[in-house]
Design a protein around this ligand. Structure first.
Ligand SMILES: Nc1ncnc2c1ncn2[C@@H]1O[C@H](COP(=O)(O)OP(=O)(O)O)[C@@H](O)[C@H]1O
Ligand SMILES: [Mg+2]
Length: 308
């Protein structure tokens, strides 16, 4: 289903998404915690069970966990896996909860058209629609039969700091609509987890940051992670040795006059495909020497720089 309000709506479990989720490197701690947060936020009763299992009855702390707003922020540089993680995490959540999960990616395209009130109307309608569906997600005995993930990607455009002087009144109304909607999900106990992704962690609206159950920071790969991604992508190319890959991974890292290395997407979507097409164009096999040459001239994506 695709509507004006949402991008591609995805149902989980979905094994393809599971594979994409598993293929994300260097995010094991984030993945584990994200799924645990989701379980607790979407199905708070699991904490009661945990509490009675390990303590005699309900520990007061369980309540403070429950009072948090079901909002998670993924913050980090471009190409670090925020969108990929948010789009696929529904799979492990569905598996862990034992219920189907639906992902609604909020489509913020309408913003560009600049029509007054459109952004706010869009957000309000989207949250209302998700809320209405989520209200039917529990059976009469209170059991959860479906959970929802609402994805606000490139959240910079809506949830960016309302303190920025140049920020338009319109955006402020959009942020308010978003916060109110998410807060209503919490008050009504609806099984909706909102994930916001932003390339500009410093510009997250303080009101949003304060409410978020957790803010995860995603980083560019280090040497070992670059090595791992390249090994995985180049496995089967017998003319490339481990030492070649290590050298390539090093060349794709930060240098003296460039304080940043390649992003994950630089590696998987630019460097590796370029190398394949280069070999294909010469009708030659991939080889270590050429790969090293390509790595020395590769230009990694610049970090997302904040405007002053
Ligand atoms: N941690 C990662 N491990 C492996 N591949 C990654 C990772 N992060 C990003 N990628 C690759 O880069 C692509 C773009 O990532 P994306 O999630 O769109 O980045 P972001 O939303 O943070 O800008 C992904 O589809 C994937 O191929
Ligand atoms: Mg993204």
């Amino acid at each position: 289903m695709t509507s004006e309000l949402f991008g591609h709506v995805q149902e989980f479990p979905d094994p393809d998404s599971g594979e994409r989720f598993d293929a994300l490197v260097g995010l094991d701690a984030v993945k584990r915690r994200l799924v645990d947060e989701a379980i607790v936020l979407l199905k708070p009763e699991v904490l009661d069970k945990w509490s009675s299992k390990h303590h005699d009855g309900l520990v007061a702390a369980v309540r403070s966990v429950r009072e948090r707003v079901p909002l998670i922020v993924l913050a980090g540089d471009v190409g670090t896996g925020k969108t990929e993680l948010a789009e696929t995490v529904g799979h492990p959540i569905a598996r862990a909860l034992g219920v189907d999960v639906t992902l609604y990616p909020l489509s913020l395209n309408a913003r560009g058209s600049g029509l007054v009130g459109q952004m706010t109307t869009l957000i309000t309608s989207a949250l209302t629609e998700v809320g209405q569906r989520a209200a039917k997600a529990r059976s009469t005995n209170g059991n959860l039969n479906r959970a929802f993930v609402l994805l606000v990607d490139e959240a910079d455009s809506v949830a960016q700091s309302r303190e920025l002087a140049e920020m338009h009144h319109e955006d402020r109304a959009g942020v308010n609509a978003l916060i109110q909607g998410i807060d209503t999900f919490r008050k009504d106990g609806l099984p909706v987890l909102t994930i916001m992704c932003t390339n500009r962690p410093d510009a997250i609206d303080p009101a949003v940051a304060r409410r978020a159950a957790h803010i995860f920071s995603l980083e560019r790969p280090d040497q070992a992670q670059r090595d791992f991604v390249l090994q995985a992508a180049l496995s089967g190319a017998s003319n490339i040795t481990n030492a070649d890959i290590e050298k390539v991974a090093h060349l794709l890292g930060a240098t003296e006059d460039r304080p940043y290395g390649a992003t994950y997407s630089d590696l998987r979507q630019r460097f590796v495909p370029d190398a394949v097409l280069d070999a294909f164009g010469r009708d030659a096999p991939l080889d270590g020497e050429r790969l090293i040459e390509l790595a020395s001239s590769f230009v990694p994506t610049r970090p997302f720089v904040q405007e002053p």
